[in-house]
Design a protein around this ligand. Sequence first.
Ligand SMILES: NC(=O)c1ccc[n+]([C@@H]2O[C@H](COP(=O)([O-])OP(=O)(O)OC[C@H]3O[C@@H](n4cnc5c(N)ncnc54)[C@H](OP(=O)(O)O)[C@@H]3O)[C@@H](O)[C@H]2O)c1
Length: 240
Amino acid sequence: MKIANNIVMVTGANRGIGLALVERALEMGAAKVYATYRSAENSAVLGALGDRVVPVHLDLADKATISALGQAATDVNILINNAGLFTGGNLLSDDEEQTRNDFQTNFFGTLAVTKAVLPALKAAGGAAIANVSSISGLGAMPSFGGYSASKAALHSLTQSLRAGLAGDQVSVHGVYPGPVETRLTEGFEMDKTPAPTVAANILAGIENGDDEIFPDALSTQLGPVFMTAPKQLERTFAAF
Ligand SMILES: NC(=O)c1ccc[n+]([C@@H]2O[C@H](COP(=O)([O-])OP(=O)(O)OC[C@H]3O[C@@H](n4cnc5c(N)ncnc54)[C@H](OP(=O)(O)O)[C@@H]3O)[C@@H](O)[C@H]2O)c1
């Protein structure tokens, strides 16, 4: 699925990986990019990117905005579910509410957006969905186990979508980043891949038709471990 001349939607597009995805999709010749923001003050950054960018309000916790998004973007053929929440909750020691919030955004919100946009994708005669999960969705990271679990659920959703849409000319891609330099990882002392590099690798993976996309330095190392020896990935993360 080529990016050039196609119509892309990126959720959580006002910063981080999402903003880098919008910028890279424009460089690659996307005809139009629907770019979602949650807070009105964050729409200006998207409005400044030129007339191929259509800023759209979306709050994954608000069903009315999800339904309006589906009605506004009937011509989209590449959906990138990027918006996500990292509460950092530990399943054993933290409040269950944090885990519920992780799931509400990362799993239920993504599922609802996908269903809202699906009629357009099915009608396109060739479409793609990319779900931005995490390498910690493939092997649990116990220190933020709630987030890991929500991203594992998103991985499972990605597999269900791939099977369910196989006859509809909709390719489905899972994206499994390691640490990326964005606000989400502020304060984490570790090597992080710049968001523009990650965005470029995600869009290249969609163009290549890759089921699993490992877009940064750490996931490039650990992705193949998951593919060949998932138990080893579990042990590696448990020891972090
Ligand atoms: N950074 C990493 O190391 C890393 C690693 C693995 C996976 N990921 C995943 O990559 C994706 C992008 O993360 P990032 O690093 O770019 O993080 P980020 O800078 O924190 O950006 C997250 C984006 O998601 C939006 N968002 C969060 N909750 C939302 C909601 N309820 N409704 C609508 N939008 C919402 C945010 O909007 P606001 O600005 O309004 O908050 C923001 O635009 C996420 O799914 C994240 O889990 C990131």
